[in-house]
Design a protein around this ligand. Structure first.
Ligand code: ARG
Length: 465
């Protein structure tokens, strides 16, 4: 390529860019996704130039209608990219200048692609984080609805993946919803820090021209303008935070995915997927597989990779802008796309799945799951817990060794006695988890009310953005 007259920097160069240089450095293939944000930034910048007396009213209106035309061409797919368009910012300025002439050639006054790209990225990130948060809220609503619907159904709670104590199914479903509510909080918190306008920072140091960053910040609806031009053009901590917040959602989804994988196995048999949210096998006609759940688990790795990759890129970068920073885009776009797909697919899977509460109850009614309750009866009698634990522990061992059911051994035990039959009644152990925040019906009812309020509050926070 020897198209030197076309680059943004051609004046300084005797020769045009090499094809290999452009091929390696261009970001147009992916940063096209910033097009509408870049145009929004250019509109605000143009209005700022007019307020500063650097654009006449006519120039401003020429530029604004030129930008409308560019936006239309980009949206409709008519926009013709040139080989010299190394990124979306270059392409838009080039086309604007073709359309409106000199006023277009003035749009970059007091501006650099360094503040320009940071502005577009912050606009994009601000919007994307709210969209992800809204998707996560929809998934939480599915969990809440299914929890309410589950009523007093119960299943074994597990630690170390060994049956531990029974809990309500609603408690288990709500546990995931609470984790997601912290994710929503993180997404919105991160959005707040992204909500700063870089426009007016120039390449790194501001400008000698009378620009007003506060004015363009207000025009773009940013909460504040930057405080330091070096900082705002060179830091991508807001992108790293967005990658962490989305990776954390992904990790939460991976844990839900793992549970779905376990529960839909014949070994557990706790859950049956709707056909629309399951896959078959190309060879084994009987198979019904939980691929969504596996990908929710597997793709979390990619989200973590996007985060760690960007952190590695940022580490050790000297002030201010370095081209390394162009590496912020693909991981961010990918993580946002992937998390939104995962949340949507998992919400559909969970909304349509059937819970096999009979199998859950059968597993939870195994007498051993009431062992802690037996010990707690002795504690109520005044025995120190450690002693009570030992009494019940030896009954459990005898039950296993001698093949005598634990309820019979407990009933025959002088300290425990016939009164303990009650804790082995199906469902009784689940119902006994009565402490605040615990897994029985009383605290779960309170908890679901709190969760419902939390979702309403978060929806209101999103609506107020
Ligand atoms: N495409 C570039 C990026 O994403 C735009 C900024 C280029 N600035 C520069 N000085 N080369 O970072």
């Amino acid at each position: 390529m020897n198209d030197q007259a076309r680059t943004l920097w051609h004046g300084r160069f005797a020769a045009g860019p090499a094809e290999a240089m452009m091929a390696y450095t261009a970001s147009l293939a992916y940063d096209q996704r910033l097009a509408q944000d870049d145009i929004q930034g250019s509109r605000a910048h143009a209005r700022g130039l007019e307020r500063a007396g650097l654009f006449t009213a006519q120039e401003l209106s020429a530029v604004l209608s030129g930008l409308d035309q560019v936006a239309m061409e980009l949206a409709s797919g008519e926009f013709a990219f040139e080989p010299s368009d190394e990124d979306i910012h270059t392409a838009i300025e080039r086309r604007l200048t073709e359309l409106v002439g000199d006023p277009g050639a003035k749009i970059h006054t007091g501006r650099s692609r360094n503040d320009q790209v940071a502005t577009a990225m912050r606009l994009w990130t601000r919007r994307a984080l709210a969209e992800v948060a809204s998707d996560v809220l929809s998934l939480q609503q599915v969990l809440l609805d299914r929890a309410v619907e589950a009523g007093d159904a119960y299943l074994p709670g597990y630690t170390h993946l060994q049956r531990a104590q029974p809990v309500l199914l609603a408690h288990q479903l709500a546990a995931h919803a609470w984790a997601l509510s912290r994710d929503v909080d993180r997404l919105l918190d991160c959005r707040r820090r992204a909500d700063v306008s870089p426009l007016g920072a120039g390449a790194l140091a501001g400008t000698s021209l009378p620009l007003d960053p506060a004015g363009t910040a207000a025009d773009l609806g940013f909460a504040a303008p930057f405080a330091n031009s070096l900082d705002v053009t060179s830091d991508r901590d807001f992108v790293a935070e967005a990658l962490f917040a989305t990776a954390m959602v992904g990790i939460h989804l991976s844990r839900m995915g793992e549970e779905v994988v376990l529960w839909t196995s014949e070994e557990f048999g706790f859950m049956t997927l709707d056909d629309a949210f399951a896959t078959g096998s190309s060879m084994m006609p009987q198979k019904k597989n939980p691929d969504i759940a596996e990908l929710a688990r597997g793709r979390a790795g990619r989200l973590i990779g996007n985060l760690t990759g960007l952190l590695a890129t940022l580490k050790g970068l000297p002030l201010a802008y370095n081209r390394d920073l162009q590496e912020d885009k693909e991981p961010l776009f990918d993580s946002v796309d992937q998390i939104r797909l995962a949340v949507g697919a998992l919400a559909g899977l969970l909304a349509s799945a059937r819970f096999n509460t009979g199998a859950m109850a059968a597993a939870a009614d195994a007498p051993a799951l009431a062992a802690t309750d037996l010990a707690e009866i002795l504690v109520t009698d005044g025995l120190p817990f450690r002693a009570a634990h030992a009494v019940v522990g030896s009954l459990v061992r005898r039950s296993l060794d001698e093949g005598v059911p634990l309820p019979d051994l407990a009933a025959a035990d002088p300290q425990l006695g016939e009164r303990t039959r009650a804790v082995f009644v199906p469902g009784a152990a689940a119902a006994r988890r009565s402490s605040p925040g615990g897994g029985g019906p009383g605290p779960v009812r309170v908890q679901l009310d709190a969760l419902r309020r939390r979702l309403a509050d978060d929806r209101a926070r999103l609506a107020a953005l």
